[in-house]
Design a binder for this molecule. Structure first.
Ligand SMILES: CCCCC/C=C\C/C=C\C=C\CC(=O)SCCNC(=O)CCNC(=O)[C@H](O)C(C)(C)COP(=O)(O)OP(=O)(O)OC[C@H]1O[C@@H](n2cnc3c(N)ncnc32)[C@H](O)[C@@H]1OP(=O)(O)O
Length: 280
């Protein structure tokens, strides 16, 4: 695949530049005035995080990082779904080498997004279960549209959120609430998420959500960028280091767990339910 790490200008619209590394599943648009980059996930139908979307996300985050953007806003091109989380097809009857690459890439994306030196915000313009919630909670600020849901629902699927999913969740919610929500596999409505502090603000449209994210990122305009980045890093260093130290172990645990016949059976039933619901 044609992919270069060098930023290339492929289009101009208003005061924004659309940057691309020839990826297909993400776009990066930089506002010339504010220097803020909007990273949009655009994998139909539901922004399921498969290996290719994860690779494109990683490339785009790296691009934004190396381009010294003033901020990163993560959002979706889908009008009702931010991200449906991990693409369950990657985990159901998996192919040996691909599933290793898939989980490794997910680790990479989390390390780059949660550990980004650039300030980050999520404009959550749709449902955001599991891996979608992981991405949103890896950012420093969340603005969500009404009538959607967000949460880590892994236990509802018979799977277990690994430690680093919990780290992102715990960087937003107090331990008692995080633990209960994770054990229940609870999905929160926008209103509930606001009340509990899982999101910071609501907005009535995607444009407003992006504007509110930009306003949050703008609060750092007068803060020394190095001091800000090092402060953020210190808050997050222990979580990041833990995964760095345990990456191989984490991969092996995931592979062992996901290949259990009972887990495969559960995923199959869950997928079937999703497909039946989609046909109705
Ligand atoms: C101690 C050791 C620990 C080790 C670690 C071990 C394991 C950890 C492993 C995994 C962690 C996983 C985290 C995850 O992210 S799992 C994914 C969880 N996601 C979900 O549960 C979301 C499911 N989807 C939905 O709820 C809805 O689809 C949604 C609300 C997002 C959208 O609803 P809508 O009505 O608009 O769309 P649908 O008709 O439901 O879907 C359209 C289409 O898309 C398919 N689909 C939906 N979600 C997924 C998905 N996550 N993966 C794959 N495919 C998905 C759906 O089946 C429809 O397909 P089709 O019928 O049109 O073919």
């Amino acid at each position: 695949m044609l992919r270069t790490k060098v930023l290339s200008l492929v289009a101009r619209s208003g005061p924004s530049r659309l940057m691309s590394t020839a990826t297909k599943l993400t776009t990066v648009e930089v506002n010339d005035k504010t220097g803020i980059a909007t990273l949009t996930m655009c994998r139909a139908p539901v922004n399921g995080l498969n290996l290719e979307l994860l690779k494109d996300l990683k490339t785009s985050i790296d691009e934004i990082e190396s381009n010294k953007s003033r901020g990163l806003i993560l959002t979706s091109s889908n009008a009702t779904i931010f991200s449906a989380g991990l693409d369950i097809m990657e985990m159901y009857n998996p192919e040996k080498e691909r599933i290793r690459a898939f989980w490794t890439q997910l680790q990479e994306v989390w390390l780059s997004l949660y550990g980004s030196s650039v300030p980050t915000a999520a404009a959550i313009n749709g449902h955001s279960p599991a891996g979608g919630c992981l991405l949103a909670t890896s950012c420093e600020y969340r603005v969500m549209l009404p009538k959607f849901t967000i949460g880590l629902n892994e236990t509802q699927l018979g799977i277990v959120a690994p430690k680093w999913f919990m780290s992102s969740f715990l960087s937003v919610l107090p331990q008692r609430q995080a633990e209960r929500a994770l054990n229940q596999g609870r999905m929160f409505s926008t209103e509930e998420a606001l009340q509990i502090g899982l999101i910071d603000e609501t907005a009535t449209s995607k444009e407003e959500a992006v504007e509110k994210c930009a306003a949050f990122l703008g609060t750092f305009a007068r803060v020394n960028p190095l001091a800000r980045a090092l402060t953020k890093q210190q808050f997050r260093a222990a979580d990041l280091q833990q995964l760095e130290n345990e990456r191989k172990d984490d991969l092996e645990k995931f592979l062992f767990f996901i290949n259990q016949p009972a887990v495969q059976k559960g995923l199959g039933i869950y997928l079937e339910g999703l497909k039946k619901k989609a046909k109705k």
